[in-house]
Design a protein around this ligand. Structure first.
Ligand code: NDP
Ligand code: 8X3
Length: 261
């Protein structure tokens, strides 16, 4: 039996935050299956470089959209700018997100809080609302939200990041209910610790803190999450994976990692 339910069916897939980590790995994984890709991010140079590589290596069509998901007008304009022959979007991967800082809540930095809430919650909402009218016309519409184990359990100094990912968990369930009549699949992938640029962003370039986080165990790789996303989005139309929690074997929960130092 084929691994893919629709190996012949080319889809148009929009991935937010495709300049790094999970989003970039998802773009590469979908490109191997010859899908058409709309990739987004703030770093224009990386976005264009990624598009050039995808086109050259996989001979796929790629459209880039360079905007900040926190800017609701920019999101609207970016979606309006999508050319007619790219507007048949089948899959939306709501991946753009971040943790900023790692402080006790009483010591928290308000700019960090706003950045996380604006990106992880409001950005995801802006994208979803603007893409919905395009997605709803697809024969196989699917939204995959990248949540986190931080949206399942809180941990010390996780506070606001955890709250944003609990919100993603809630919004995933809410979208599934609200969009049910439109036949839109809504799934969440909730990863545990994965080595991407996530920790560099969280610790604001403190590479000692990054190294310390991943020391003594094997974290997930971006490709592990991309494999899950491509599997979820390849299932038959009548099958939806609501929620998939993926952890490194060495991690039992956000606060419990077995380290061999
Ligand atoms: P990376 O830092 O490697 O990638 C994050 C991506 O999000 C980048 O492409 C970045 O692009 C984009 N992004 C961030 N802020 C914005 C913004 N305001 N507007 C547009 N794009 C933005 O991290 P990951 O790949 O690890 O993270 C992807 C998702 O996975 C996030 O939602 C994260 O919370 C979640 N996650 C990560 C885990 C991990 O341990 N790595 C575990 C569980 C969940 P650019 O900077 O170019 O805008
Ligand atoms: C990132 C996973 O455990 O670092 O969402 O919060 S964790």
């Amino acid at each position: 039996m084929s691994k893919r339910a629709f190996p012949f069916m080319q889809k148009t897939i929009l991935i937010t935050g495709a300049t790094s980590g999970f989003g970039k790995a998802c773009a590469q994984a979908f490109a191997t299956d010859n899908h058409r890709l709309i990739i987004t991010g703030r770093r224009a140079d990386r976005l264009e470089n990624e598009a050039t590589i995808l086109k050259a290596k996989y001979a796929v069509e790629v459209l880039t959209l360079n905007f900040d998901v926190r800017d609701r007008e920019a999101v609207k304009q970016a979606v309006e700018s999508i050319p007619v022959d790219w507007r048949n979007i089948d899959i939306l991967i709501n991946n753009a997100g971040l943790a900023a800082g790692s402080d006790l809540i009483q010591d928290g930095n308000l700019d960090d809080w706003e950045q996380m809430i604006d990106t992880n919650v409001k950005g995801l909402l802006y994208i979803t609302k603007n893409i919905f009218p395009l997605l709803v016309q697809s024969k196989c519409p699917h939204i995959v939200n990248i949540g986190s184990v931080a949206g399942k359990e809180v941990y010390a100094k996780g506070n606001v990041y955890c709250a944003t990912k609990f919100a993603v968990d809630a919004l995933t369930r809410a979208m599934r209910i609200d969009m049910l009549a439109h036949g839109i699949k809504v799934s969440q992938v909730a990863p545990g610790a994965a080595e991407t640029e996530f920790a560099q962003v969280r610790f604001k370039g403190d590479m000692d803190a990054v190294a310390n986080l991943y020391k003594g165990f094997t974290p997930l790789k971006a490709e592990d999450i991309a494999n899950a996303v491509t599997w979820i989005t390849s299932l038959p139309v009548h099958v939806n994976i609501n929620d998939l929690v993926i952890m490194p074997t060495a991690q039992a929960s956000p606060g419990y990692v077995h380290k061999v130092l």
